[in-house]
Write a protein that binds this ligand. Structure first.
Ligand code: SF4
Length: 274
């Protein structure tokens, strides 16, 4: 899921995990609607859905060993007898490229990339089916970003995880994601297979985002489309198409109705594409 800051990406990630109540619409996971699920069903679902945080520094408690913090999830969900926690924590650390003996160390002993690996190990502790990764590499150095992305891609393939990857970084999304959702002011502008959307963006907002993204390949470089102004407040969005105040292709009809998301596998919300 991509979009500028303030587009609602993180909010949707938290809604998907049931960490925020939805004011409208439905969110289902594995056939169960979160808003109406019984507490026990919700508890089971929560075990199957985990969050990887953006900030590897702020998301770990500096006063507790990383092993204790990873084991918290095992205790909270009563997944294993306490005597088995240490072995499981060691496995989880090895799974993210760290050593089992790192369990006894405190967060300050690790680099940013290692802390993010610890955050991923903690998220994997419950054996989730879905990881929501909210800008998981944006706080890291570029060289470390590639390593953590490779780890996430490897875990996804090896463990059969579904992953909702939230980012404002288009090259990262292109590298990692099968499908992409482009969000603007809380609304989906375009959605489809990543390769297709990147090769043939249909929505003016996606076209502008992609025109600003760096590319090493000359054939993929586009003429830069500069968007005027800042996004409006999500609390007071424009009428009709929420993108119309910055859209280079806007026409008067864009102010009167919200364009529906149309298409089959590649969908676009723009009256010019209807
Ligand atoms: S509906 Fe109008 S304002 Fe919105 S993206 Fe399309 S052309 Fe631009």
């Amino acid at each position: 899921m991509v979009g500028e800051s303030g587009s609602g990406k993180s909010t949707i990630g938290r809604l998907a995990l049931g960490l925020l109540p939805a004011t409208a619409g439905r969110i289902s996971f594995a056939g169960t609607e979160l808003a109406t699920a019984a507490p026990e069903a919700l508890r089971t679902l929560r075990r199957r859905m985990q969050l990887v945080f953006q900030d590897p520094y702020g998301s770990l408690d500096p006063r507790r060993t990383v092993g204790a913090q990873i084991a918290d999830a095992l205790s909270i969900h009563a997944l294993l007898p306490k005597a088995a926690h240490a072995a499981r924590v060691g496995e989880l650390l090895a799974q993210v490229g760290l050593a089992p003996e790192h369990a006894g160390r405190y967060p300050h002993a690790f680099s940013g990339g290692q802390r993010q690996r610890i955050g991923i190990a903690r998220a994997l502790a419950t054996g989730p089916d879905l990881l929501v990764a909210d800008e998981p590499v944006s706080a890291l150095d570029v060289s470390v970003q590639a390593q953590v992305m490779a780890l996430l891609a490897d875990l996804r393939a090896r463990l059969g995880l579904a992953m909702l990857f939230i980012s404002h970084d288009l090259p990262v999304v292109r590298h990692l994601c099968d499908r992409v959702i482009v969000l603007y002011l809380g609304r989906v502008m375009e959605e489809g297979p990543t390769a297709e959307v990147f090769a043939r963006p249909q929505h003016p907002y996606t076209q502008a985002l992609l025109s600003a993204a760096p590319s090493l390949h000359a054939a993929q470089r586009r003429t830069r489309i500069l968007l005027q102004g800042d996004p409006p407040s999500p609390a007071a969005p424009p009428s009709g198409c929420v993108f119309r105040t910055r859209c280079p292709q806007a026409v008067p009809a864009c102010a009167t109705s919200i364009p529906p998301l149309l298409g089959t596998t590649h969908r676009v919300a723009c009256i010019n594409q209807a």
